[in-house]
Design a protein around this ligand. Structure first.
Ligand SMILES: [Zn+2]
Length: 271
C-alpha cells in the first residue's frame, strides 16, 4: 500500500533507509526541523541545516521516487537560548518560498519552561504572519500531559490560528482527545522505546476513529524504526480493518492536511 510518513528526520538516516522506505510503499514524507543531538553554535549553522532540508534531502529522496517535504524552526531544546532563537526566527522567511516547505515546525515544548513558551509564541506569530501551517512537538513521558495542555492553551489563546492547519504530534492515549476536540489534527508517533507502539496506535484509531488522525515513525538519531508506519498497516490488517480505513490514516489524511499548504505539489503514483 502507498503511504506517507508525515514526521521523519531523514538527515539522521542513510540512503539505504530511503531505498527501504520506497520498497515498503512510502511515496512522500515530511521532515520537521529538529535538534541535531547537540546545541548548534550560531544562526549560520541553522542556515546550513535549512539548506540541507530544502536542497539536498529532496534530491536524495527523489532518487527513490519519494517526494520530500519539510518544516522549519528552531526546536524547543535550543529555545532556552532566546537570542539565538530570535536570530533563527528572523532568518526563516528567506526559506519559506522553497518548493518543499510546508510550514513552521516542529515547534513546541520540551521541559515546559518559560523561555520555551516565549519562543513557541514567537514561532506562532511568524506562522500567522506568513500564512504557514504548523507542526507541533509535544513533550515526552512525565512532561507530556502538562506540556500538551500548555501548548493547547497557547494555540487556543490566539484567535488568528486556523486550527485545521495545525498538526499536534506525539499524541498518546491521555492527550489525543483534547487535541482532536479542539479541532486540531493529531499525529501518533510509533517508536520502539517511549511514545506509541503500533498496537497502541491501532487501539487509539479504534477508540477515536480515523478523522484528523495520522501516524508517523519520527525516525531520528535514537533507537527508532523508519518503517514503523508499515508495521501499523500490518497490525490494522491483522485486526480485520478495511483497506479504506487504513489508507485514510496512512495516505489520505496526510494528503488532506498537507494540501492546505500553498506550496504542496504532490504527484500521486500513476496507475
Ligand atoms: Zn521529530
Amino acid at each position: 500500500m502507498d503511504y506517507i510518513d508525515p514526521h521523519i528526520h531523514m538527515v539522521s538516516r542513510t540512503t539505504d533507509d530511503y531505498e527501504t522506505l520506497a520498497k515498503m510503499g512510502c511515496v512522500a514524507l515530511s521532515e520537521p526541523a529538529f535538534w541535531a543531538g547537540f546545541d548548534r553554535g550560531s544562526a549560520e549553522s541553522f542556515r546550513d541545516y535549512f539548506r540541507q532540508l530544502t536542497e539536498f534531502e529532496p534530491k536524495r529522496a527523489a532518487q527513490f521516487g519519494i517526494q520530500h517535504f519539510t518544516w522549519l524552526c528552531i526546536n524547543a531544546k535550543e529555545a532556552e537560548n532566546v537570542s539565538l532563537s530570535r536570530e533563527v526566527i528572523a532568518m526563516i522567511p528567506e526559506f519559506l518560498a522553497a518548493p518543499n516547505v510546508l510550514g513552521i515546525g516542529e515547534i513546541g515544548l520540551n521541559k515546559n519552561t518559560r523561555n520555551e513558551s516565549i519562543i513557541f509564541l514567537e514561532h506562532l506569530d511568524l506562522a500567522v504572519k506568513h500564512s504557514q501551517q504548523i507542526l507541533i512537538h509535544t513533550p515526552h513521558l512525565e512532561d507530556k500531559y502538562q506540556g500538551t495542555r500548555m501548548i493547547l492553551d497557547m494555540l487556543c489563546g490566539d484567535s488568528r490560528i486556523e486550527r485545521h492547519r495545525v498538526l499536534v504530534d506525539h499524541v498518546e492515549e491521555h492527550t489525543v482527545r483534547p487535541v482532536l476536540e479542539a479541532g486540531f489534527w493529531a499525529g501518533m508517533t510509533l517508536y520502539p522505546v517511549t511514545k506509541c507502539t503500533p498496537q497502541r496506535a491501532a487501539d487509539i484509531i479504534e477508540m477515536y476513529g480515523p478523522e484528523r488522525l495520522m501516524a508517523n515513525s519520527a525516525g531520528d538519531w535514537g533507537p527508532s524504526k523508519p518503517t514503523a508506519v508499515p508495521d501499523l498497516i500490518l497490525e490494522l490488517r491483522r485486526r480485520g480493518h478495511s483497506e479504506s480505513l487504513i489508507r485514510r490514516v496512512v495516505y489520505d489524511n496526510p494528503l488532506e492536511f498537507f494540501r492546505q499548504s500553498r506550496q504542496f505539489a504532490f504527484t500521486p503514483r500513476s496507475g
